[in-house]
Design a protein around this ligand. Sequence first.
Ligand code: SF4
Length: 783
Amino acid sequence: MGQTKHEGPTKLPRLPDPKLWVSPVPFGLGKIKPKHIRDTAKVVWENRDNLPYAYRILTQGVCDGCALGVGGLRDQTLTGPHLCTTRLNVLRLNTMPAIDEEILHSDIDQLRQKSSTELRQLGRIPYPLSRKPGEKRFTRISWDDALDRIADKIRSIDPKQLAFYLTSRGITNEVYYTAAKTARFLGTNNIDNASRICHSPSKTALKRSLGIGASSCNYRDWIGTDVLVFWGSVAANNQPVSTKYMYAAKRKGTKIIVINPYREPSMDGYWVPSIPDSALFGTKIADDFYQVNIGGDIALMNGVMKHWFEMEIEEPGSAIDWEFVQQHTHGVEDLKDHVLNQDWETLEASSGLSRARMEELARLLAHSKSGVFVWSMGLTQHRFGTDNVSQIANLAMLRGFIGRKHCGVMPIRGHSGVQGSGEMGADPFVLPGGDFEPKEIERLEQLWNFDIPRWQGDTVGDSLENALLPEEHQRKLRVFYTSGGNFLETMPDPDFVRQCLEQMELRVHQDIILNTSTLVDAKEEVIVLPAMTRYEQPGGGTSTSTERMVYFSPEIEGPRIEEARSEWEIYTDLAARVKPEAKEQITFADAQEIREEIAKANPNYDGIQHLKKKGDVFQWGGAWLCEGGICPTDDGRGNLIPIELPELRKPEGHFYVSTRRGKQFNSMIYGETDPTNAADRYSVLIHPEDARSIGIRDGEAIVLYNRYGRFQGVAQFADTRRGNLQVYWPEGNVLIPKGVYEEYAAIPEYNTAVVVEKAETYHAQKDTRYVEKRVEELETEMT
Ligand code: SF4
C-alpha cells in the first residue's frame, strides 16, 4: 500500500497540436467513426419523458457504465467535463417507466420471441412475479409471498445446493457486501460475480505475482509516462473517455502501443468530442500496432524478455532494472534461463510476429524510463489468462515499472462496480478484506458473529453445470439466485446453458429488466424480483473504479418503480426469513450502517463510512500499490514467474477466432452497426489474403464451424493478423466450447479454431457424409 496520495485532476493544454491530427478535413467527413452528436440527440429523444431526472443522474450520480469511474461530470484525472455515449446509452435503464402490464403478462412464447434488446426496451420490472412449469404467463405475487417461497425452498435444501451470482449492472458495494454476507449466513460459499467472465485472471495473476488484486496505478500515470501499452484492450470503444486521457498523454510525449490481432480503428485515431481540435480533426492515438496471434501474447512477451537478457549480455544494465529486480523480486535467474532457452522460431510461430518486431518492442520498452501496461479481455479470456497477466507483471518488474509515478499495471474494467465485487467478498475465493483462508474466515466470523462454512464454493460456471448433476448428488444445484446477468448471452454454448437453467428447481432473477434468461423455465418456479437502480437506493451507494477510487452516489430524487426495493435490503430480508432466530446478525438499519461495517470488514475500505454526499470519494491503497517496490506479499517481494507457451494447435485450413464488442455495453447491444468499422453483428473480420486464399469475396455469406457449433455470417475484409478472425460477442458464443475453464481463475475459454467456408458451398454439401468427415478432422483443433 502506498503513502502517496493521488494528485487530483490536471489540465489539458490550451493550444492544439496539428501534428496529432488524423486529417485536416473537419469532423472526419467521409471516415467511419462514432457519431457523437447524432447519438446524443437520440438519447435526449429516448429520455424525453424524464429529462430533468436524467440530467440529475448525470450531474449528481456516479456513472453506472464502465469502471473508468466518474461522479457527476467530473473525474479525478483531467479537469473539464467527463461524459460519453456509453453512459448516455445506459441512461434509459434508469429513467424508463415500468413494463406495460398487458405485455408483461402476455403469453411467455410471445415474450420469448423478443431479443434481449427488445425486452430491455419494454421497461422496468414493476413488481414480483412468478411462473411455474406449464404456466404460460407470469403471475403477480406479493413481496411477502415471493420471499417466503424462496426462504422455504432454501430451508429445504443442503446449502451446497444454493448459489448466488451478481452481475455488475450498477450494483453498489453495499449490495455486493450484503450478498456476500447473506450467502455465508445461509451456509453457502457458492457466490460469484461478473468478473468471473472478464477480469478474474487479472486478480489471480496480480495476487501471485505482486500480492495485489487491483490496478497498481492511476489514469493520471498515463499522462506523461514514456510508454503506454494497451494489451488486448480496446479502451476507446469500451471506456470511451479514456481517449481523452490518451490525448493528454500524447500531448506530454507519451508513446502509445497497441497489441491486438486486429488493427482497431478506434485505437488508431479518435475524434474526442470534448476536446475541440480533436473533435474537429481527430487524434492519432497509437504510435504502433503489434498484430499478435490470438493466444500469442505469452510468446511475444517471452520474446521481449529474451531480447532484454540478450541485450544485457552485450551491455549490462541496458535493459533490466537490476536495482529493482534485486531489491524487490524473486526468481530472476529462473526466468532468465527460461526465456533464453526459447528459440525464436517457436516464438515467432506462436506470436505471429517476426523476431525483428519482438526486438523492436523490447528496445522501445528498454529505452523507456517509465511505462504503464493496460489490458483487458484480449488477455484474460483465455484458458491461460492468468499466465498472460503474470507475463505483464514480469515485464513490469524487470523494468521496474511498479510502485512509482507514471508506472504500473492496470486491468481496465468494463463494468462500473465490478472492482468492488470481489473486494466485498462476492466471490467464492474471497471474503471482504482477504482471501478465503482460515485466518480471514476466523476474522470475519468474529465480526459477523456467525460461522462461515469452511468448504470451497463454486464459480458460476461450475454452479450452472452443477444443475445437471444426478438427483442424489450433494452439490446438485437446486436454487440459483441471480442479481442481473444473462447467462444465455454471456457464457459459451448457449444451448447447454439453457439446459442448466431449466434443470434448476427454483431460479430467482433480481433485476431491473427482463432478459432472455429470465424467460427460461425452471423445474419448480421462476421468481422475478424488481430491484432499484443505484440512483434510487435510499441512503445512496458506493462504487469502486478501476483505479480504486470509491465514489459515493447519492439517492437522486425522481420517479420510482413503486415496488422496486434496494437490493441490499432484499438480501437481508430474505436471510432473516430463512433464519428468523438469527435475524439481528444480518439486518442493517440503513445503507450507512452497511458502510460502517464494510470499513471494519475490509481494512482497505476504512474511509467508506465517511462518504455521505455527492462528490465524496477516496482512493484505497493510495496513488500506487507496491509503492517503492514493496509488495504486499509475505516478504515484500514480487515473484517473477517463468511462463510456458500455451499449446495452440491449429490444424491446416483452420482459423483462430476470438470475440469483439461493437456498439454495446457489455452484453447489452445498443446498435446493430459497429461505429468504428461499420461491421454489423454478423460480420466476420477476416484478412483479405486469407479470404482470397479460400475464394471468399468481401461481403460474401460464409459459415464458420467446428465441432461445437456453426455461425453464419458475412465476410468483412479487415486488417487483422493473418489466420485470425473476429466475430461479435455474444453472437459468436455458439462456436465456443463449454466447460473449458482457466486453471487458476476459472474464466471460460472464449477463443477457438474454426473452418471457414462459403455459405453456398457449406449448405450445398452439408449432407451427413460431408459433415461427418469434417467433424473427425476437427477433433484435433485448439483445445
Ligand atoms: S467512460 Fe465509462 S465512466 Fe466515463 S462516462 Fe463513459 S461509461 Fe461512464
